[in-house]
Design a protein around this ligand. Sequence first.
Ligand code: NAD
Length: 419
Amino acid sequence: MDLKFTIRDLSLASEGQRKIDWVIPRMQVLNSIRNEFEKQLPFAGKKVVICLHLEAKTAYLAQVIKAGGAEVTVVASNPLSTQDDVVAALVQSGIGAHAWYNATEEEYSSHLQLALDTEPDFIIDDGGDLVSTIHTTRPELLQKVKGGAEETTTGVLRLHSMARDGVLKFPMVAVNDAQCKYLFDNRYGTGQSVWDGIMRTTNLVVAGKTAVVAGYGWCGKGVALRAKGLGARVIICEINPIKANEALMDGFEVMPMVEAAKHGDFFITVTGNMNVINKEHFIVMKSGAIMCNAGHFDIEVNVAQLKEISVSERTARTNITEYTLPNGQNLYVLADGRLVNLAAGDGHPAEVMDMTFALQALSLEYIALNYEELEPKVYQVNTEIDEKVAMLKLQSLGLSIDKLTEEQAAYLGSWSSEA
Ligand SMILES: NC(=O)c1ccc[n+]([C@@H]2O[C@H](COP(=O)([O-])OP(=O)(O)OC[C@H]3O[C@@H](n4cnc5c(N)ncnc54)[C@H](O)[C@@H]3O)[C@@H](O)[C@H]2O)c1
């Protein structure tokens, strides 16, 4: 294979490989899948493009897909989450890569195009940029791409709207919607890594402060739960009355953002929606308030509007921008409003991503084995794959669970009142 790469510095490879080596023993489910892939080679002779946040755990997923016989190329799903040393290590291990930290918009798009020049058979996407780029700019590839898997809530929503409009041209598995994904990655992964990102970036105390979390979906629940554990007073902002009631019964305060804006020390948006914190909120915030986003795109905190109403801005600390309003109040935005846990941290813990990436690997295998029978639509991860990942995870932890007896199975499967 003629290995192609566009990266910052290949000499960083040994540091990157050290990071990958740290996660491998902590991703036991993925390790057992790698062992299966090495024997069965489900992707033999096929090309795979992987578009994810490029750090150690995703790098290991790329290596596992390669172990399954694929020719793999990686590209970034976010310009600020790429770790240049990890990407160098991937190239060193025979994986094509087009990505570097802090790529400009033009560089980011050109990297996607370079990855697509490999003419992939299968893809893994995170947020939908790769799928959308293929459909809008590379129609000649629509025949070649046989399908793929999508990582996150926002990407799955985009896929559903493409399918609804009849434009999606190949099958995609919604990995995000598997129980082994959102119950653990979105909730506990985001919960922990968002606070890790905030704390390592600001080096400030959380206990006794007020944290405002916008969005009480799977990610928001995790962020709120960890904020509570850290000793914060937690306020939830929602647009969905059912989620708002859930937040209330989980023990949190609920109010609209315009009210919460007056109280918050930390603001975390995690809605997948745009312009959740705007000018009307900035102007009533306390001086010193810190805002960040954990939703997929950097559109939740309206940073453009904050710039407009500020008299000055400066870098207060790495990954912290200070905005001064005309009244002298200072407001802070972490990582320019990009995913704080990835742009200002290392992302989710390896043990959590073990389950997500096991789902990715098995979903891609499912596509590779079945694409001839599949239609161009969004597929759910099948229950056997979800349960296999859960069982492998328990086994990797040395745990086992009870089994239904025949009598119990018959009882649960019968409708009559006589057992
Ligand atoms: N940071 C990460 O590592 C990470 C991990 C997984 C998912 N994500 C991303 O996080 C976002 C949320 O994912 P999720 O799985 O929690 O989604 P979800 O659909 O479960 O929850 C989103 C919640 O936001 C609420 N919401 C929408 N607009 C709102 C608004 N204007 N104000 C307040 N609440 C609003 C919705 O009612 C919903 O309850 C998505 O963009 C997803 O791709 C990020």
